[in-house]
Design a protein around this ligand. Structure first.
Ligand SMILES: *Cc1c(COP(=O)(O)O)cnc(C)c1O
Length: 359
């Protein structure tokens, strides 16, 4: 039996009846945009992450752009972003008029730290985007102690827990993606911004609706970027299961560690005091490409993410030395993980790794 990189169907199988009820409730309501489901989801999601405000938007990329603008980022500013992340993290900076400035990552956690951010700071730095990459939790408070506000890119970290609380409530603001394969996934696109700052929340709410509070007066050039009622209703059902799903991901990670493959590849390291809800379980090997091909040959879907880091992408290329980023880009390989990945499947992946790497 083939083992997929992630299985989005199995965790949802027991929720089919509940999901249908939620979907039919929206169909019957006739409200499809910014109605009661979005309001309720915003309340429930803010409560879940431990933030005062949540604002539903169309996707995680818009969430980043809108959150940056709500934080006051604009033309002439610089935003420090890691180069080892999904492209959208840096792409989302451009529409604000600011310039992304790349920084390196900690080689053990794949996340930015005060040490990696510091060399990228300048008098023009208006914000740092700390990506909780693969579900690991970046040290947000320690970065803010450098004197610069942090926007958390928590697209991969729903369900994770850091030493100071959940991603979403650790910095000036945070963004989430509800793309179907994320830890909390809609049946289409969706995203959210969370914050404890009433001013940022108010401005983000205005920006998601064309820069208007009342649909009559347009104060700024904004966006048409809203979470649908249908997606909000679906997410409300799933949110109640997010913690159990995160436990399932952590259990699979524990099983990988217990399987002994740590002698053959470098296992991911949880950042200090954190309990990541591993969105991706990314190991490292000098033979990552060979290992990935051999695993796929054996029916194990392993995949390299971010083989070409952002500072080497044609659209964003800059001449800068980021050694830990280049190393992670060269050696990383994501193994199958998910809330319902069974122990026998983990053992099968481990056996396939062993068969490939042990002579
Ligand atoms: C998925 C993702 C995004 C973008 O989210 P979309 O909903 O696809 O726009 C941004 N940052 C990171 C780190 C992501 O993984």
């Amino acid at each position: 039996m083939a083992i997929p990189l992630f299985d989005t169907a199995t965790p949802l199988a027991p929720l089919q009846a509940e999901l249908r009820v939620a979907i039919e409730r929206v169909l019957a309501s006739g409200r499809y945009i910014l109605g009661p489901e979005v309001r309720e989801f915003e309340t429930e999601f803010a409560q879940y992450v431990g933030a005062d405000h949540a604002i539903g938007v169309a996707n995680g990329t818009d969430a980043l752009t809108i959150a940056l603008r709500a934080m006051g980022v604009g033309p002439g500013d610089e935003v420090v972003v890691p180069s080892f992340t999904f492209y959208a993290t840096a792409e989302a900076v451009a529409p604000t008029g600011a310039r992304p400035v790349f920084c390196d990552i900690d080689p053990a956690t794949f996340c930015v730290t005060p040490e990696t951010v510091k060399p990228a700071l300048s008098p023009r730095t208006k914000a740092v985007i700390a990506v909780h990459l693969f579900g690991n939790v970046a040290p947000v408070a320690a970065i803010e102690a450098l004197g610069v506000p942090v926007l958390e890119d928590a697209a991969q970290a729903a369900g994770s827990l850091g030493p100071d609380g959940r991603p979403g409530a650790l910095g000036a603001a945070a963004t989430f993606s509800f793309y179907p394969s994320k830890n909390l996934g809609a049946f289409g696109d969706g995203g959210a911004i969370t914050t404890n700052d009433a001013g940022i929340a108010d401005r983000a709410r205005m920006l998601r609706f064309h820069g208007s509070r009342d649909k009559q007066t347009f104060e700024e050039l904004g966006y048409n970027s809203r979470l649908d009622e249908l997606q909000a209703a679906i997410l409300r059902v799933q949110l109640r299961h997010l913690d159990a799903w995160a436990d399932g991901r952590r259990e699979a990670a524990r099983r990988y560690a217990a399987s002994g493959i740590g002698e053959l590849v470098t296992l991911p390291t949880a950042s200090e005091g954190s309990r990541p809800a591993w969105h991706l379980y990314v190991v490292r090997s000098d033979r990552a490409d060979q290992l990935g091909a051999a695993l796929r040959e054996r029916g194990v879907e392993a995949r390299a993410y971010y083989r070409r880091p952002l500072h080497r992408q044609p659209a964003l290329a800059v001449d800068i030395e980021l050694p830990a980023t280049d190393e992670a880009a060269r050696t990383s390989l994501a193994l199958p993980i998910g809330p319902t990945l069974r122990a026998a499947q983990v053992d099968e992946v481990a056996a396939a790794i062993r068969a490939t790497l042990v002579p």
